[in-house]
Design a protein around this ligand. Structure first.
Ligand code: ADP
Ligand code: MG
Length: 249
């Protein structure tokens, strides 16, 4: 990897009673790159995201973010350092409008410097920031729609837009396209592209075609261990990975 990774895991392990959900996991994510986590059901993908997010502290190993050891940091400290997790920080309030949800997320964003930035903004520029972010997620025309009335896919996009309000340096998404139509899924890939300008992404997806198309690198988990890691083309050609997916089929 050229330059330092934004996120680096070494030997991360997590047990639930007798079950080793994660076992010696190494992971490096380059700044502004998209990294996919794939693997069969129960292979530890969500547990790994939670270990990065700080929801489950690992039993062994280390997690560092932007050069800082965050292995045991509280989620709030991770957020201040520039780590954003959809669902954790940003639940859509369904009785509020799309506009108000995003406004709240912008105001609640705890990223360094953002509070001062917001204070220095005029009301008009805050409005512009909300509308700009809504437009980036194809929600501008739904600004006055109550969130409960959005389609499932649009609600997911609103949550992603809210998770990005703090301008994080890393966004974690666990199966964001679950329950989306093929068209919404394709659009999600397009809508996420521009965040590369400032943000890396670690994304769990079970749709392999989707993830292969837009991730720079993939890590394949199986039974809590890293089975393989590489570019989508390398992973596609990996016999180890094919064996796991054939076993499952
Ligand atoms: P994936 O997201 O790849 O489907 P998970 O990370 O959710 O897999 O789960 C990995 C393993 O850990 C599974 O066997 C699952 O049942 C178990 N597991 C996950 N979370 C918990 C928990 N909170 N308590 C006990 N077992 C858990
Ligand atoms: Mg999962």
């Amino acid at each position: 990897m050229s330059g330092d990774p934004i996120l680096s895991l070494r030997g991360v392990g997590k047990r639930f009673g007798p079950l080793r959900a994660l076992d010696g996991v190494d992971l490096d994510v380059a700044p502004r790159s998209f990294h996919g986590l794939i693997g069969p059901n129960g292979s530890g993908k969500s547990t790994l995201l939670r270990a990065i997010a700080g929801e489950h502290l690992p039993d062994e190993g280390s997690v560092s973010f932007a050069g800082e050891d965050i292995t045991t940091a509280q989620p709030a400290r991770r957020a201040r350092a520039g780590l954003s997790i959809k669902f954790q920080i940003t639940a859509v309030l369904k009785s509020l409008t799309v506009y108000d949800n995003l406004l709240l997320a912008l105001q609640a964003a705890g990223a360094p410097g953002l509070g001062a930035l917001l204070l220095s903004r005029t009301r008009r520029s805050l409005h512009e920031a909300v509308m700009e972010q809504l437009a980036a997620f194809r929600l501008a025309e739904h600004a006055d729609t109550v969130a409960a009335n959005l389609s499932h896919g649009q609600q997911q996009w609103l949550e992603i837009a809210m998770a990005l309000a703090a301008r994080p340096r890393l966004l974690l998404l666990d199966e964001p396209t679950g329950g989306m139509s093929p068209e919404e899924r394709r659009a999600t890939g397009e809508l996420l592209q521009p965040i590369r300008e400032h943000c890396a992404l670690v994304i769990v997806e079970h749709d392999l075609d989707f993830i292969k198309e837009f991730c720079d690198r993939l890590t394949v988990l199986d039974g809590g261990k890293v089975l393989d890691e590489g570019t989508p083309a390398e992973i596609e050609g990996s016999e180890k990975v094919q064996a796991v997916y054939t076993r499952r089929a």
